[in-house]
Ligand binder design. Structure first.
Ligand code: SF4
Ligand code: FES
Length: 237
């Protein structure tokens, strides 16, 4: 176990735990956008910054990627931390001026809603955190989406923005996206995502549409579980 002090409070955490996790477990609130428990951390949003003091040195670190260390003193809300966090927030607001999630978080942190930097005009809500790419790659295992272009032109999507042949319409990317950038429409027997329309399957017991057929076929192929067994919704199992 590792002992540290955060905001004047003694904290004990298992070795290898990330600082963000240890701080939250002890009741300290840290704002985040990109840290989703389902995928490996990217350190993309930088909102989780805190100050770590080791001996005489004090540095700003991204707590979601910083493993706990014995004897460190952590400040999560001092002036230095808050200045960095506000700056990060203002940059995120400029990148995604249309994002309600970012605007609400900014208000919670006490950031002035007036833009400090010139807002982007592409109306994107994407903070390029890669969580959607990672969940598709690491959890679902199909790699249907990725980044294209470089620098400020960087966007998320299917290769060449064409209909993805490998997407199974599961919606895992929507679930992990922190800013609601990805749109998915499910209406009865159809689901639309990434430009494709998926046919939904009805539950063999209750008759309710519950999952895209392509998703069930993919699971069946991957796991060897017959389609018949997968054709029952979670409520009826
Ligand atoms: S679409 Fe969402 S999850 Fe994917 S990179 Fe952008 S913000 Fe992150
Ligand atoms: S939560 Fe740590 S960088 Fe986004």
């Amino acid at each position: 176990m590792v002992n540290l002090i955060a905001d004047g409070k003694k904290i004990t955490a298992a070795k290898g735990t990330m600082l963000l996790e240890a701080l939250r477990a002890s009741g300290i609130d840290i704002p985040t956008l990109c840290a989703h428990e389902a995928v490996t951390k990217s350190g993309a949003c930088r909102l989780c910054v805190v100050e770590v003091k080791k001996g005489k040195r004090a540095k700003i670190v991204t707590s979601c990627l910083y493993p706990v260390e014995d004897g460190i003193i952590v400040e999560t809300k001092n002036e230095r931390v808050m200045n960095v966090r506000r700056l990060v927030m203002q940059l995120l607001m400029a990148r995604c001026p249309e994002s309600d999630v970012i605007r609400d978080l900014a208000a919670k942190i006490g950031v002035n809603p007036e833009p400090r930097f010139t807002p982007d005009t592409d109306k994107s809500k994407c903070i390029l955190c890669r969580s959607c790419v990672r969940v598709c790659e690491e959890i679902v295992g199909v790699s249907a989406i990725g980044f294209s272009c470089r620098g400020s032109e960087r966007t998320i999507g299917t290769p060449f923005n064409e209909d993805s042949a490998v997407c199974i319409g599961c919606g895992a990317c929507v679930y992990v996206c922190p800013t609601n950038h990805i749109t998915m429409e499910t209406t009865h027997d159809k689901r639309k995502i990434w430009g494709r329309t998926f046919k939904m399957k009805t539950c063999d017991v209750c008759g309710r549409y519950f999952a895209p057929e392509d998703q069930l076929k993919f699971i069946s192929k991957k796991t060897g579980v017959p389609m018949k067994e997968l054709s029952v919704c979670t409520d009826c199992r």
